[in-house]
Design a protein around this ligand. Structure first.
Ligand SMILES: C[S@@+](CC[C@H](N)C(=O)[O-])C[C@H]1O[C@@H](n2cnc3c(N)ncnc32)[C@H](O)[C@@H]1O
Length: 276
């Protein structure tokens, strides 16, 4: 089949950029090569196989085992969440907050692919960081990603139950913990519930279990002046505010998505914000 014929076939199911991505993955041709010679013939079999998998509901990121996040390439494994563009909002909020006063050390709880920590280490070249995950397999994937994105010398990845085994404090703690209520998981899109690991999604009965556990560990993890940033579910602002107050933290800033839902909250110990 010619490149052009294949492209047309891919476009029935895929966006323009996804169709080009699939062709590039399987042929190794650059966009310029494709435009220069659309009539060249290519082996269609692997590409049509990928298209079939995609039509069966497997996301391209799972077919190729990779995802772009914050302009960087991240490997995925069965044990890692497929990083979401939503989570780039957390990185953006942190970068804006620390642009004039970069953190020296960063803790990422529930690191998965390591995408948040690795993106932040790339933004703050003087910083070092620790990423923790309960999944040993996720930790292995995060280490590969740190290496492939040139921050491995500043990143330490540890298996653990949140920060339970840590005896260190940080300028900055970040986390995108699992926050989907257990009963909602079965209603999620097939591409999520069949491919993202349950450990990365399951926030317990009310979706808030991880916040409760992390907030209870948070105080000694922060250096004086330290801050913590959490991604939250679209309907969790009120409940995370209540939980943070119960743990004597204040939400001093929140960041909304394009639909107006708060998706990132910034916490400090309550005496620092002057509340109460
Ligand atoms: C929503 S995913 C986020 C992954 C990654 N940070 C991201 O933003 O793409 C939550 C992560 O928390 C990890 N996790 C779940 N329970 C944990 C626990 N008790 N201690 C440490 N990590 C945990 C999961 O394995 C998963 O990697």
């Amino acid at each position: 089949m010619t490149l052009q014929e294949l492209y047309k076939q891919l476009r029935v199911s895929l966006s323009e950029s996804d169709a080009r991505y699939v062709l590039k993955k399987r042929t190794g041709l650059s966009h310029a090569d494709m435009i220069a010679n659309p009539g060249q013939s290519v082996d269609e079999e692997p590409i049509l196989n990928d298209l079939e998998l995609y039509r069966q509901g497997i996301p391209l990121s799972r077919i190729y085992g990779e995802r772009e996040f914050w302009g960087m390439r991240f490997e995925l494994s069965d044990a890692t969440l497929d990083p979401r563009s939503d989570t780039e909002a957390l990185v953006e909020a942190v970068v804006a907050r620390y642009k004039d006063n970069p953190p020296e050390n960063i803790l990422d709880l529930g690191t998965g692919t390591g995408c948040i920590l690795i993106a932040l280490l790339s933004e703050f070249p003087q910083a070092a960081g620790v990423g923790i995950d309960l999944s040993a397999e996720a930790i292995e994937t995060a280490k590969i990603n740190a290496q492939q994105n040139y921050v491995a010398d500043r990143a330490t990845f540890l298996q653990g139950n949140w920060a339970e085994s840590l005896d260190e404090s940080f300028d900055l703690v970040v986390s995108n913990p699992p926050y989907i209520a257990k009963k909602v998981i079965q209603n999620l899109d097939e591409s999520v519930k069949n491919h993202d690991p349950t450990l990365a999604l399951d926030g317990g009965e009310d979706g808030l279990q991880a916040y409760k556990e992390i907030f209870s560990q948070l105080f000694p993890l922060l250096k004086p002046g330290g801050r913590a940033f959490f991604e939250i579910g679209f309907d969790q602002e009120k409940s995370t505010r209540r939980l943070s107050e119960e743990s004597r933290f204040s939400i001093i800033s929140s960041y909304a998505d394009i639909a107006g839902h708060t998706r990132v909250v910034e916490l400090v110990p309550e005496n620092i914000s002057g509340d109460k």
